[in-house]
Design a protein around this ligand. Structure first.
Ligand code: PEP
Length: 237
């Protein structure tokens, strides 16, 4: 009989994470396609709110993230709001917070409100993926830093430079390394993702950087084969 292979826990911990952010895109048909595809490695798909429960019901093993949540938690008379408690109930593992597209378009996505959302996500036992850009100092104020330091296992920083989101021009690997290292120092070793024009072509170079705990993928996460290719690269580095 062959001896059982023992996987050290640090190997599991260091598995690179791939999160697909569909933004306001996709359909039930695309959910069907992704659900039927068994992704290698540690993959999470952030589908729009209406598809979360559907995706979980047809493929319970597909890991899901929401793209935002309310500053309010629990349940109540708050028309149009979706709470972290509800996202937990439908099976979300993670919630993306503070994406620059939201911070740019909605004046309510202030650092104070993002902090409330972070608290709600961690209180409900999910992972918060806090997006920051070149001006990360604005979001990482003293209170947010204290919360991040309190929850090193359930808050991840995603560094997404504005110059790279949706532009086709990803940051250079050396630029990514330097910035993520600075963020890790500031946030005492927190896990750090890179996001911004990640493609199957540049994924390996980015994912193989030691400071990169994973990638947040926008445009390429809408094409099953491209997204699968990135997940495969993540599993191989
Ligand atoms: C994003 O908006 O989170 C993102 C990373 O987009 P893209 O991959 O399309 O640059």
């Amino acid at each position: 009989m062959m001896a059982a292979v023992v996987v050290p826990s640090e190997c599991v911990m260091s598995e690179k994470l791939v999160i697909g952010n569909w933004k306001m895109n996709g359909s039930a048909k695309l959910v069907d396609e992704f659900s039927a595809s068994k992704f290698p490695g540690n993959v999470i798909v952030a589908v729009p709110f209406p598809f979360l429960a559907y995706a979980k019901s047809i493929e319970p093993t597909l890991k899901l993230a929401a793209q935002d949540c309310s500053t309010l938690d629990g349940f109540g008379a708050h028309t149009g709001e979706v709470s972290a408690a509800m996202l937990k109930e439908v099976g979300c593992e993670a919630v993306i917070l503070g994406h620059s597209e939201r911070r740019k378009s909605y004046s309510t996505d202030t650092p104070q409100n993002i902090l409330l959302k972070l608290e709600n996500v961690t209180r409900n036992g999910m992972t918060a993926v806090l997006c920051v850009d070149e001006e990360y100092e604005k979001l990482l104020d003293a209170e947010t830093l204290a919360l991040v330091k309190e929850h090193p296992d359930s808050i991840i920083l995603a560094y997404e430079p504005l110059s790279a989101i949706g532009t086709g021009a990803a940051m250079t690997p050396s630029g990514i390394s330097t910035t993520l290292q600075a963020l890790r120092t500031k946030c005492q070793g927190i896990r750090t993702l890179y996001g911004g024009s990640v493609t199957p072509q540049n994924a390996e170079g980015i994912l193989s950087l030691p400071e990169v705990s994973g990638v947040l993928v926008g445009g390429a996460s809408l094409k099953l084969e491209a997204f699968r290719a990135i997940a495969e690269k993540a599993g191989a580095v």
